[in-house]
Design a protein around this ligand. Structure first.
Ligand code: NAP
Length: 304
């Protein structure tokens, strides 16, 4: 169908918040069963360095959700000036602690600390963020025990629960970051139920050809960090549109003077897409739900 055809109906909204709430309730129930079976409470430790306001909010939310899920949760805070050595020593101690099942070091870290060193220091069995090369490697191979990074895993789970068929579909992901785009592509191409897609991974190298790629998508996933970069003319009629973007833009009508918005021009694209995720309330809550799911999985794998 030509891309300039407009439809009068609006896309069905994919309610990530509701799906995430259901997943969290399931995790809570499974965690209770795990604890009564083993006497062990899943335990997650968050490491927060510095005072980045967004990181503070993310860690606070994940801590609250962990406790609601029936986990033990602790946040270890470090001043911005902490040395990489001190951080790595703490991670080594947590790796060795049999009562700690999951370690999440909130990124970004101050410039004097290597994120690679920190990520690679975390025991892959406790790396519920799924950023360790062992986890990423097994995910790419599609075999063995691994943790998939929480945002891509949340998107996969969201599509399964929404009944969105991916097998044989052309999925175009815009954004090739190591935490979203690349692992999401690796998950989608797996020869498995809920995957088996034909994937295009686009990035700035697409240049002016980007709309040509995005218009060929049955499922379009934007993970760019550019507010409203995906416009109506870039979306094929009937496509499913998933917006990973979380961008804070100025909005004088809000008391804070800002609001969160996605990478998709939601108000326009909703007239072309068949289904669409809102921001906020789409992918974001799914990410936190998958942190919980991965933490319980980590505890289950380590109990023996
Ligand atoms: P990132 O590391 O900044 O990567 C952005 C990617 O988008 C890069 O690959 C970049 O291409 C590509 N890109 C940027 N502008 C583009 C353009 N005009 N045309 C084509 N490609 C373009 O971002 P990220 O960490 O993956 O995050 C992406 C967004 O998702 C951000 O808004 C972030 O806040 C959000 N996010 C949300 C969640 C959640 O839970 N909802 C989780 C993680 C991230 P190049 O590689 O060529 O530079």
């Amino acid at each position: 169908m030509p891309s300039n055809i407009s439809t009068t109906t609006e896309a069905r909204i994919i309610d990530g918040k509701a799906i995430a709430t259901a997943i969290r309730a399931e995790v809570k129930e499974q965690a209770q069963a795990f604890t009564s079976r083993t006497g062990i409470r899943p335990r997650i430790v968050f490491i927060l360095v510095g005072t980045n306001p967004a990181s503070e909010v993310y860690v606070r939310n994940k801590g609250t959700t962990s406790r609601e899920s029936g986990f033990d949760s602790e946040t270890i805070r470090y001043d911005e000036s902490v040395s990489e050595f001190e951080l790595l020593q703490k991670i080594a101690a947590l790796n060795a602690d049999p009562l700690t099942h999951a370690i999440l070091c909130q990124l970004p870290l101050p410039k004097h600390i290597s994120e690679e060193h920190v990520i690679e220091a975390i025991d892959p069995a406790k790396d519920i963020d799924g950023f360790h090369p062992v986890n990423i490697g097994r995910l790419s191979i599609g075999k063995g025990d691994y943790f998939a990074p929480c945002t891509p895993a949340g998107i996969m789970e969201m599509m399964i629960r929404e009944g969105i068929e991916t097998s044989g579909k052309h999925v175009v992901i815009v954004g090739r970051s190591n935490i979203v785009g690349k692992p999401l592509a690796a998950l989608l191409v797996q020869k498995a139920a809920g995957a088996n897609a034909v994937v295009t991974l686009a990035h700035t190298g697409a240049g002016s050809r980007l709309p040509e790629f995005t218009r060929s998508a049955d499922i379009l996933i934007a993970a760019m960090g550019v507010p409203h970069a995906i416009t109506r003319d870039m979306v094929a009629p009937g496509a499913v549109v998933i917006d990973v973007g979380m961008n804070r833009i100025s909005d004088p009508s809000k008391p804070s003077g800002t609001r969160l918005t996605g990478d998709v021009d939601y108000d326009e694209v909703k007239f072309v897409a068949s289904r669409i995720t809102p921001v906020p309330g789409g992918v974001g809550p799914m990410t936190i739900a998958m942190v919980m799911k991965n933490t319980l999985l980590a505890a289950e794998r380590q109990k023996g």
